[in-house]
Design a protein around this ligand. Structure first.
Ligand SMILES: [Zn+2]
Length: 343
């Protein structure tokens, strides 16, 4: 298998995805479609670093630009996306670590599954009844077999449990560097909102949305006033918390979902309020999570439409759209509750 074939396969998948998907689906599409291709080769083959970097560049470009042309535009570093959601990442599979985990699993198979023909061949020619822990890496063996032997160090550091989780996944999660969890992790799990809305709130919580305040820090000159109220400068805090336009949307949506809007004064209070109401598995928490994610997305889309398309909508129209979307996106568990709310 030529490495260029893997690259071409990856490019074609991205091209195909960008043609068939009308909107960017965030990490979901990027991970499932692209990773499926890599997972097969990663189990039998050490993918060269250069190829892995090219594949990552395509995945990264697709996530941030929606096309298969390589671009360096990214609001979050790729490595920061490849950790679990609980630490504020998107849980995109890290190809490099997955490949190492998959090869380490081959060594585990050599140790435990001696009924396979190729494993018996390795035992007969290279291991020859020696202890698995101390057997030397055979210098005469081909490159791939030597890599299996070298993967022994990784698997020896792992604690393999007899669980339903696949062995590669167990090794993979143990090999990922531990990071501290983020307080808003509850927003990222079991959120029924549209993937692009979840992606937007994730960027908002990380403080990576390209607001005027952030653009100004990079020396880009743009109109500083908030396009929703024309009263104050646009910051994340103003746009999503303090802006009267946003508050009107929240009050209307809150009235619909029988929940009083809390009127937070600053970003920290707003975030605390989100976390407090999204924690747990109750129906109320699930509905709140869905609605607040769609509110954030709607405000961001309205802001962009006003700036780039000169198209304005009223807060009543936006609030109504959020309610309709929430009804459509409701999971079976919250369907009856959400459909009992009166418009
Ligand atoms: Zn405003």
């Amino acid at each position: 298998m030529a490495t260029t074939d893997i690259q071409d396969h990856c490019k074609n998948l991205i091209l195909d995805s960008s043609k068939t998907l009308l909107c960017r689906q965030g990490s979901t599409c990027s991970d499932k479609r692209l990773f499926g291709m890599q997972a097969f080769w990663a189990q039998i083959y050490i993918i060269p670093t250069k190829v892995k970097k090219i594949i990552e560049a395509h995945c990264r470009s697709y996530l941030w630009s929606g096309s298969n042309a390589i671009t360096k535009k990214a609001l979050v570093a790729w490595d920061n996306l490849c950790s679990p959601k609980s630490v504020g990442c998107l849980n995109i599979t890290n190809t490099y670590i997955w490949n190492r985990a998959a090869i380490a699993k081959q060594w585990w198979d050599i140790e435990h599954k001696q009924d396979k023909m190729w494993i018996r061949w390795i035992h007969t020619y290279y291991i020859k009844q020696q202890a698995m822990e101390s057997v030397q890496v055979p210098k005469q063996a081909c490159w791939l077999v030597r890599k299996f032997f070298e993967a022994r160090n990784l698997i020896n550091q792992m604690q393999i449990q007899p669980t339903r989780q696949s062995l590669i996944r167990q090794i993979y999660y143990q090999a990922i560097t531990a990071r501290t969890t983020v307080p808003w992790k509850c927003m990222m799990f079991q959120n029924a909102a549209r993937p692009k809305a979840v992606f937007t709130i994730w960027l908002q919580l990380l403080g990576r949305l390209l607001t005027v305040e952030r653009l100004a820090k990079w020396g880009i000159e743009v109109e500083p006033k908030c396009c929703l109220c024309q009263m104050h400068d646009e910051t994340r805090e103003h746009l999503f918390v303090q802006c009267e336009f946003t508050r009107k949307v929240w009050r209307r949506v809150g009235q619909w979902m029988q929940m009083q809007y809390y009127n937070p004064v600053n970003w920290d209070q707003h975030q605390q309020w989100l976390i407090h109401n999204s924690k747990g598995k109750s129906r109320k928490a699930q509905i709140f999570k869905l609605v607040c994610t769609e509110v954030t997305y709607a405000i961001w889309i309205e802001r962009n439409a006003r700036i780039f398309e000169k198209h304005n909508r009223t807060w009543e129209v936006i609030a109504k759209e959020i309610m309709y979307v929430a009804c459509v996106r409701a999971t079976p568990r919250i369907y009856n509750v959400i459909h009992s709310f009166r418009f």
